[in-house]
Design a protein around this ligand. Structure first.
Ligand SMILES: *Cc1c(COP(=O)(O)O)cnc(C)c1O
Length: 393
């Protein structure tokens, strides 16, 4: 045996997630493990619920973290709300909308697709048309912040339309939570899921969810059992919702939950509105830098996500080689294009703890240096100056 302890390099994470983890979160995770039914741990769970309600801007009683990554939060919503034979309208404008379709079908539902081009937000008029054409639909599902493209959809309007046609809503807020305005109660969202490793700047592996009364009602009136034992909220709530009488369902990922708790305390300390404003502020500096360099955004300004910047690649540049050099020479990770955008864009994340001035300038400077060295046709040396000019305003 010659294996040694693993020591990862220190990277700056500016891709589509995971994002830079706040050191306070890592420190919290190294605290002593206690039992998942220990009264002290139960106190943390109660506190966590309040913090998640704040993050989601909701009073929903059923607000908790699923013990698995964002994809499991997605699956929790579909597995519990979709029964065999249910017609579900899925708005699809990127990778994650495609995954929703897959979820509907695996739950025995019928997915009706509302397609928009990658890089575009979901078109509310198309959703309304689909609802008119399918009066028997009972659920509308869409992604608030499409991480595969950097487009944000108008969740408030989409939920309003869904309700006009008596549909419940399933909303993917994996990348929006903490990064851009999201008001679960005010907008009337029925069920929502998120992730910890994007704008919450916690480690990957947990998925905050929240369900309102209308969604719970649908679950209570199911004719069939939820096909997944692990994700069945009727069972999970015996542990998370059990008050003093919590029953064993699965062993909670104790130390990961310490980390999520800390990241939510940090969000509360900053104030959620301030967190949204900080993402917008640093996005504007990064945007000025990219545009001065000559890169273009693929998403229109009105629906552009501050926390996920999809920009074009200069003519003739080997985009994977650039990402490789950023990683090897600068310990900086940025994202590649996914699906229809593979090879066409870079996706630069400014999520949570990573959304700061140092990262913006570091990213622009590193990318400028590499592209200049490769002889790419960019305005060398302009990016950092433009971002600094924004910060000096
Ligand atoms: C990252 C992401 C997911 C999946 O989250 P995982 O934690 O990777 O499972 C789902 N939806 C969106 C919009 C995402 O960005």
């Amino acid at each position: 045996m010659s294996s040694k302890s693993f020591h990862p390099p220190k990277r700056t994470l500016m891709g589509p997630g995971p994002s830079d983890v706040n050191p306070r979160v890592l420190e919290a995770m190294s605290r002593p493990t206690i039992g998942h039914l220990d009264p002290v741990f139960v106190g943390l769970m109660d506190d966590m619920k309040g913090l998640l309600q704040y993050a989601f801007q909701t009073k929903n009683e059923l607000t908790m973290p699923v013990s698995a990554p964002g994809s499991a939060g997605m699956e929790t919503c579909f597995a519990n709300l979709v029964e065999p034979g249910d017609k579900v309208i899925v708005c699809r404008n990127g990778v994650f909308g495609m995954r929703m379709t897959e979820n509907v079908e695996r739950c025995g539902g019928e997915a009706i697709l509302v397609d928009d081009e990658w890089g575009q937000p979901v078109d509310p008029a198309k959703l309304e048309e689909a609802l008119k054409a399918n009066p028997d639909a009972c659920i509308v599902a869409f992604v608030h912040a499409e991480t595969s493209t950097g487009a944000q959809s108008d969740a408030k309007t989409l939920v309003e339309i869904a309700h006009k046609y008596d549909c419940l809503t399933i909303v993917d807020a994996v990348t929006s939570l903490g990064g851009t305005p999201l008001m679960v109660d005010e907008w009337g969202i029925d069920s929502i899921y998120s992730g910890t490793q994007k704008c919450l700047s916690c480690t990957p592996g947990l998925s905050p969810i929240s369900f309102n009364e209308a969604a719970l009602e649908k679950i209570k009136n199911r004719k069939t059992k939820v096909q997944s034992w692990f994700l069945d909220l009727n069972l999970v709530m015996g542990y998370w919702g059990g008050g003093a009488k919590r029953a064993y369902h699965h062993t909670a990922p104790i130390n990961s939950l310490y980390g999520l708790h800390e990241s939510l305390v940090i969000l509360e300390e900053e104030g959620i509105e301030n967190s949204w404003a900080r993402h917008a502020h640093h996005h504007a500096a990064l945007r000025d830098g990219f545009e001065a360099m000559g890169l273009k955004f693929i998403v229109d300004a009105e629906s552009r996500l501050p926390q996920l910047n999809s920009v074009t690649i200069p003519e003739g540049v080997d985009e994977a080689a650039v990402r490789g050099r950023l990683l090897n020479e600068y310990d900086l990770e940025i994202g590649a294009g996914l699906g229809a955008l593979a090879g066409k864009v870079w996706r630069v994340g400014l999520m949570g703890y990573a959304a700061n001035q140092r990262n913006v300038l570091f990213c622009l400077q590193s990318l400028d240096a590499i592209l200049t060295d490769m002889g790419a046709s960019i305005n060398s040396g302009a990016a950092v100056k433009a971002a600094q000019a924004y910060y000096a305003k």
